[in-house]
Design a protein around this ligand. Structure first.
Ligand SMILES: Cc1cc2nc3c(=O)[nH]c(=O)nc-3n(C[C@H](O)[C@H](O)[C@H](O)COP(=O)(O)O)c2cc1C
Length: 196
């Protein structure tokens, strides 16, 4: 039975989940911090823009406002502990990298590092910040993409569902990965050939 909730103070709108969270890493002066962000989104091909919506309550927010650069790091299910711990603790109180033994590597163009164990990372320079209610949308221009080429298909460059155990976030403190999968190609050709 479908229901309609009109009291949006009570309604949890988790219906766009599952989604793939990334870990946003920012270095400002000598301080490096990272936080998990599920509200991330590709915004433009040319210029290549990637957005992330961050609450001013996060320690990362103030670093980001000053540094105007960040890296976005995608981790497989093998590193779920990193995703969860970077999203449930604050850099105001602890050094997450030391505490959770997370290794970094230097970026090519910016001083914020990438995560060594990420299967893909973006180096981004903040080009715009939009207030969107109780979060701000940071728009980053992607300067470099680091990725493990073995985990992406050679021709299409899409992620290999056979090789990457994705970290899907369901909301609250729940995650899952794929145990089996059904992969389909359904492009324009298949759309036109198909009967309806
Ligand atoms: C899976 C997951 C996804 C999250 N997504 C976001 C997000 O998109 N934006 C945001 O502002 N906070 C998000 N958070 C919350 C922050 O990661 C969390 O408040 C973190 O402790 C902030 O760390 P900081 O204070 O060191 O910046 C998320 C948390 C989790 C666990």
């Amino acid at each position: 039975m479908k229901v309609v909730e009109t009291d949006l103070t009570k309604a949890k709108f988790y219906h766009f989940y599952p989604c793939i969270p990334c870990v946003i890493v920012v270095k400002y002066k000598e301080k490096i911090n990272g936080m998990t962000a599920a509200w991330n989104i590709g915004l433009s091909f040319n210029p290549p823009l990637f957005g992330v919506s961050i609450s001013p309550n996060r320690f990362t927010y103030s670093l980001l406002k000053n540094a105007k650069e960040f890296t976005a790091n995608f981790l497989s299910f093998d590193y779920l502990k990193t995703i969860a711990s970077f999203g449930r603790t604050s850099g105001r109180n602890i050094d997450k990298f030391k505490n959770f033994r997370v290794e970094t590597e230097e970026s090519k163009f910016i001083s914020s590092p990438i995560l060594k164990n990420a299967y893909a990372s973006y180096e981004c320079k903040v080009v715009n910040i939009f207030n969107v209610g109780d979060h701000d949308l940071f728009v980053g221009k992607i300067l470099a993409v680091h990725y493990d080429e073995d985990l992406f298909e050679k021709d299409t460059k899409i992620p290999s569902v056979e090789k990457i155990k994705f970290s899907f976030y369901l909301g609250s403190d729940f995650y899952f990965t794929q145990k089996s999968f059904e992969k389909v190609k359904f492009g324009e050709e298949e759309v036109l050939k198909s009967s309806y």
